[in-house]
Design a protein around this ligand. Structure first.
Ligand code: ATP
Ligand code: MG
Length: 561
């Protein structure tokens, strides 16, 4: 069956229009431009999917460009993490670029601007400059340095570069228009002094170009045809174009900036600055904490690249800011894990169940299907014995007819095994049930072909054999924030909404087939959800993350049977 062609989004419309106006397809080039000041998050996935998606659609190269203009906040650790994440998502960049590789070119262009009387060194304090900047309704006023001679500007700029001045004493400003209605055009700063080592250029420079100046010129150097950024840069477009005008050569491709809406997600924050604070204050264990909305956190949590990509494609891109419900992301991971995860049995909150008529010391290995969604996944054996664990909440001493799990006098099937009947239970002095006594129907074994094996009972429970089960650590996660939009409150900081119960660590009992599982391996714990093995797991102790709970359709299935 042929798939219906996907309708174009507004960004693709822009490209199509350029192509129909004569722009050559072979000149299309895109880039994904992270600042290496933090790890990538689920919001970046939208931008990655957009840019690399365009590359695939138009068979055009996509650069991975690090906009590394701020030595104070950038680190090689972030560069490496970003590369790893983009690769893991399954995208291939054409070339790996760094704005810092263009520092000399940017400097030379800045000198040219000075010579053309389009830039000057301002030696006022930042407070003075801020006052002169004006307001959105009031024009700015000229700096007393605005008409300084070219020679003075060149010499000062050179000294700035040579490290003769302290931080904050001078800046280089573009000479544009102090009365522009766009405040960004009021002589923006293009260079500042920073006596800081850069993660790539080390101490070669002690002046660093500002982001606006760097970004567009880098696009131009790389001959990026379409530079897509988020809406907060819409007002910067005029400046982007002004900077390009100063260096543009007609024979080359002139990059075009267009904006799309930044994605926000419910119950979390996706600003690197805010995420960094969670890491620094120890709210989470690191950037890859499975509760983090980072790509590395999602990976550790058990998300697959496929689920993140299909999520990003589904939400697409928008022209206006909005909040995407994270449950949509959960939907995508469930869909994928349902297809690929082997089913296993694990008990998270155990109560002991004894089968009184099962022979002492006996055990048998039952056949269990690995994945009903995938025949090629095959079968495995699970051990059965006289003493089992089931979930506490699957048993009630007394319950009404709607309770399809186990109750005294009632029957259920043990998944892959026998039908059992609860006869009695034992309680401690507080009334907590400590043991359930059952009998089993030896002829009812699943798959044995007997009439009893086909007998339907209302409930099916998962279980593990106590003697064979592996006690494991399971980390259960909940939303990191209790509020749907933690960083959208005027009077409250997002840190006030941290969910104190976002992580619960328990000991669970899993079937022995998991003994050889490795970090990253993914499973469905039947009736409970999807789990994976955490990197903290060792040969002595298995550690699982709960990726996501199951949709509660088990109960419905039970009723239909
Ligand atoms: P943050 O606020 O998280 O630090 P940023 O824009 O400073 O975001 P960059 O590293 O500059 O982060 O982002 C690289 C690219 O990803 C940019 O083009 C940016 O517009 C885009 N991007 C960042 N966050 C989002 C988001 N939430 N939704 C869509 N695109 C995003
Ligand atoms: Mg940015």
């Amino acid at each position: 069956m042929e798939e219906a062609p996907k309708s174009l989004n507004f960004i693709e419309h822009i490209i199509e229009e350029d192509l129909s106006n004569g722009f050559l397809k072979k000149n299309l080039r895109f880039r994904f431009p992270p600042e290496p000041n933090g790890y990538l998050h689920i919001g970046h996935a939208s931008s990655i999917s957009l840019n690399f998606g365009l590359g695939l659609r138009y068979s055009a190269p996509v650069n991975l460009r690090f906009d590394d203009t701020n030595p104070a906040k950038e680190e090689t650790e972030y560069v490496e993490a970003i590369k790893k994440d983009v690769k893991w998502l399954g995208y291939k960049w054409d070339t790996e670029r760094y704005a810092s590789d263009y520092f000399q070119q940017l400097y030379d262009w800045a000198v040219q601007l000075i010579k053309k009387e389009l830039a000057y060194v301002d030696s006022q304090t930042s407070e003075e400059m801020a006052i002169q900047k004006g307001t959105p309704t009031e024009k700015g006023t000229d700096s007393p340095f605005r008409n300084q001679s070219v020679a003075d500007n060149l010499s000062l700029f050179e000294k700035m570069k040579n490290g003769d001045f302290k931080e904050g004493t001078h800046v280089l400003r573009a000479k544009i228009d102090m009365s522009s209605s766009n405040m960004l055009m009021r002589d923006p700063i293009i260079y500042r002094i920073l006596h800081k080592a850069h993660h790539r250029t080390n101490t070669d420079w002690c002046i660093y170009p500002m982001y606006d100046w760097t970004h567009g010129e880098s696009d131009y150097i790389e001959q990026v045809s379409h530079s897509f950024c988020t809406l907060e840069f819409a007002m910067h477009r005029e400046l982007y174009d002004w900077f390009l005008d100063q260096v543009y050569d007609e024979t080359k491709v002139r990059p075009k900036q267009r904006e799309f809406a930044r994605r926000n997600f419910s119950h979390t924050v996706v600003s690197k600055r805010k995420l960094l604070k969670l890491v620094e204050e120890g709210v989470v264990s690191g950037w890859d904490d499975p509760r983090m909305p980072t790509i590395s956190g999602l990976r550790r949590r058990g998300y697959t690249p496929e689920s993140i990509k299909s999520f990003a494609e589904t939400i697409g891109i928008a022209k206006r800011d909005n909040v995407v419900d994270v449950s949509l992301l959960e939907f995508h991971i469930r869909e994928h894990l349902n297809k690929i995860s082997p089913r296993v049995m694990a008990v998270l909150d155990p109560v002991k169940l004894v089968i009184t008529n099962y022979p002492e010391g006996e055990e048998e290995w039952l056949d269990a299907e690995n994945n009903p969604e995938d025949e090629s996944a095959g079968d495995r054996k699970v051990p059965f014995s006289k003493e089992l664990y089931i979930e506490k909440q699957d048993f009630r001493e007394e319950a009404n007819r709607k309770f399809f799990r186990l109750k005294v006098g009632g029957e259920v099937r043990l998944k892959n095994g026998y039908i059992i009947k609860a006869e009695s239970c034992t309680k401690d002095s507080d009334g907590n049930i400590t043991e359930i006594q059952c009998t089993y129907d030896p002829k009812s074994k699943s798959g044995s072909g007997t009439e009893e094996s086909l007998r339907k009972v209302k409930g099916t429970l998962h279980w593990v054999s106590i003697k064979h089960a592996i006690a494991s650590e399971v980390r259960l996660y909940d939303r990191l924030f209790t509020d749907e939009t933690p960083d959208a409150h005027k009077d409250k900081d997002y840190m006030e909404f941290i969910n104190p119960e976002s992580l619960k660590v328990i000991t669970a009992y899993v079937e022995p087939s998991l003994k050889t599982a490795l970090p990253g391996d993914k499973f469905q714990f039947q009736r409970l959800g999807y789990f994976n093995i955490d990197v903290d797991s060792t040969s002595d102790k298995l550690v699982f993350n709960r990726t996501v709970t199951l949709r509660d359709n088990w109960a419905k299935l039970q009723q239909k049977n």
